[in-house]
Design a protein around this ligand. Structure first.
Ligand SMILES: Nc1ncnc2c1ncn2[C@@H]1O[C@H](COP(=O)(O)OP(=O)(O)OP(=O)(O)O)[C@@H](O)[C@H]1O
Ligand SMILES: [Mg+2]
Length: 221
């Protein structure tokens, strides 16, 4: 089953009189259950692609099918709702609410979606990422690797079809990088979680099922 298909995806940013073609007609396909890496030089459009697929931004032209539904022309309200239920996003900078504890951060998206047992589920999620003993810590009381595991637990809260992550280990040391990678592998193998991960690290790319190579806003391999 295809989970993501893009057709001739283009994105042009206009800054004053300057136009930047960040995506130049991307045709990409990801199957359900795959763990895919996106690699390519800086500025090749990796983050732009991920943001389009993750419904954080809209393309200039082209189509994106998420689980068979064309998502580029959805109106704002439907878009926010669809995104909340189908997509989990993990960024390079952890983007946690600094004044909320680990468990409160994880509960947050479930409160938005009206999950009935959000506290219990948040506890389970934090336990599954190895943070059972840290649930009441604030982000400032956690290591970088632990903070990233909280964001992964939070991204998984509403059981998204798709987990997207943009350089998730760029700010982590080698040990924490290894732990996060193990966690993604386990989620993929045990829960069949589909994951698309942008990375600059060839070692991490090699640990995924497949690498999509970007160059100049296109898929080259
Ligand atoms: N909001 C924006 N406004 C204008 N130009 C942008 C914007 N976002 C990205 N760009 C430009 O689009 C191109 C693609 O950027 P993108 O962030 O997708 O690259 P990337 O492959 O993720 O690079 P990196 O590996 O450095 O993160 C770049 O030339 C960038 O300068
Ligand atoms: Mg990027």
């Amino acid at each position: 089953m295809k989970i993501i298909e893009t057709r001739e995806l283009k994105k042009t940013y206009t800054l004053g009189k300057v136009e930047v073609n960040a995506l130049n007609g991307v045709n990409a396909l990801v199957e359900e259950g795959e763990f895919v890496a996106i690699m390519g030089p800086s500025g090749s459009g990796k983050s732009t692609f991920l943001n389009m697929v993750g419904m954080l931004d809209v393309p200039t032209s082209g189509e994106i099918y998420l689980n068979g539904t064309e998502i580029t022309k959805m109106e704002e309200h439907a878009r926010v709702e669809y995104r909340l239920r189908n997509i989990g996003f993990v960024f390079q900078f952890f983007n946690l609410f600094m004044e909320l504890t680990a468990i409160e951060n994880v509960m947050f998206p479930m409160m938005l979606s009206g999950h009935p047992f959000y506290k219990e589920r948040a506890e389970e999620l934090l336990e599954s990422v190895g943070l059972k003993s840290r649930i009441n810590h604030l982000p400032s009381e956690l290591s970088g690797g632990e903070q990233q595991r909280v964001t992964i637990a939070r991204a998984l809260a509403n059981q998204p079809k798709l987990l997207l992550t943009d350089e998730p280990t760029a700010n982590l040391d080698t040990k924490a990088t290894h732990e996060i990678m193990e966690l993604f592998r386990r989620l993929n193998e045990e829960k069949h979680q589909t994951i698309i991960m942008v990375t600059h690290n060839p070692e991490l790319g090699a640990k995924t099922d497949r690498i999509i190579h970007f160059r100049d806003g296109k898929v080259v391999k």
